[in-house]
Design a protein around this ligand. Structure first.
Ligand code: MG
Length: 386
């Protein structure tokens, strides 16, 4: 790579953020850290700042500004606080790529801000496209900025589509591990514990996405993400349960040919590819031994039992602010489940109810989306705080 790339990592203390810093450490000659942001984990943010010496750090939760400032007082690192500041620092001239790896709806505003200032986006925060797909993609086209997927499935599809600019995909197959409750029926799901839900068989991830993987909502969010990223219609996106998590997704073309991308389930690989695209740099990750594979299997998902997937499909078809309603209700329901306030099977019920209740807006602007998000959260506050 010719020029060193300066990266802003939004959500640097989370699972994707910390793995991105590993990737950057291994490729210091071509990648460096310009900005780090975190929600509230100021201790780890300070540690990261001491090691990577970014231009600045932002802690979203203002309560933690003082201890962070003290921890970094003998350095040149600038220290800021507040969500609104994150939207400002991503526009700094010295930033080349913004890695959006925060959790949930909070990712949308800083991504829009970065896109409008012409920054390349390495997108891990799928909720950004679920909620504001149309807005973000239109701005990305207007400002001619690439959106490089970090999600492993979308990275796979993105890689399959390279060189196929004149061949639109006929069908996109998103692979799903099936999560920890693969094969369970609805009665068995009623009794699952938080601990079981947090125990994903193949991937090590943050708590929100791990619960989303257990309900299959994660795959639902990913369908909507694929719809916006690759311009594929809802009925041309299919989910294939693939227990081995070796094939990260597949694309079928008009002639019936199918391309796939394979690798071990290691998020550092799609992170590295997004940060160094279009180059593939050597690394020391463990690689896939083809001869160790016994079989690769594919099944249709059980959408009757795992209703979240069906709800996401409906939201994608209906469009407008419905995905935003679904997303906000899901974030609230997952938070309530993580606090052990509701049962696992309550999650889809809460989401479906919210999707029926809240009013439909066909072409929402940013303020409409924000209002939708706030209204849904407010209407569900009781499930968290009772
Ligand atoms: Mg994924």
């Amino acid at each position: 790579m010719k020029n060193k790339r300066h990266i802003a990592i939004l959500g640097s203390t989370g699972s994707i953020g910390t793995q991105a810093l590993e990737v950057i450490s291994d490729h210091k000659d071509v990648l460096c850290v310009e900005v780090l942001t975190a929600n509230s984990n100021w201790q780890l943010l300070a540690e990261q700042a001491l090691k990577f010496e970014p231009n600045c750090v932002v802690i979203a939760n203002k309560e933690f500004y003082s201890p962070l400032k003290v921890a970094l007082e003998h350095t040149d690192v600038k220290v800021f606080a507040g969500k609104e500041t994150i939207c400002d620092v991503v526009t700094m001239q010295s930033v080349d790529i913004v890695l959006a790896s925060m959790v949930g709806f909070s990712g949308l505003e800083p991504v829009l801000s970065a896109v409008k200032s012409g920054k390349a986006i390495a997108l891990s925060n799928k909720e950004t496209l679920v909620v504001g797909g149309e807005l973000v993609i239109n701005e990305a086209i207007r400002h001619n900025v690439p959106i490089l997927p970090v999600d492993s499935e979308h990275s796979a599809i993105f890689q399959c589509l390279i060189g196929e600019e004149n061949n639109p995909p006929k069908t996109v197959y998103l692979t799903a591990s099936g999560g920890p409750f693969y094969g369970y029926n609805i009665e068995q799901l009623e009794k699952v514990s938080l601990k079981q839900a947090l125990n994903h068989p193949n991937w090590s991830m943050g708590k929100k996405v791990t619960i989303d993987s257990a309900t299959l909502m994660n795959k639902g969010l990913e369908m909507i993400e694929a719809h916006w990223l690759f311009g594929v219609e809802a009925n041309n996106i299919k989910v294939a349960v693939h227990r081995q998590s070796i094939i990260h997704s597949l694309v079928e073309f008009a002639d019936g040919s199918i391309k796939a991308q394979l690798g071990l389930p290691d998020m550092r690989l799609p992170i590295q590819y997004a940060l160094t695209f279009p180059e593939r740099l050597k690394n020391n990750f463990e690689t896939l031994d083809l001869f160790s594979l016994n079989s690769l299997t594919f099944e249709k998902p059980d959408t009757k039992t795992f209703a979240c997937l069906e709800l996401a499909y409906k939201a994608m078809e209906q469009g407008g602010n419905i995905p935003a309603i679904m997303n906000a209700a899901n974030e609230m329901a997952v938070a309530a489940f993580l606090n052990e306030k509701i049962s696992f099977n309550d999650i889809p019920k809460i989401i479906e109810d919210a999707m029926m209740k809240h009013h439909y807006i066909a072409s929402p602007n940013y303020d409409d989306l924000l209002q939708t998000d706030e209204e849904v959260r407010k209407s569900l506050q009781h499930i968290i705080s009772f």
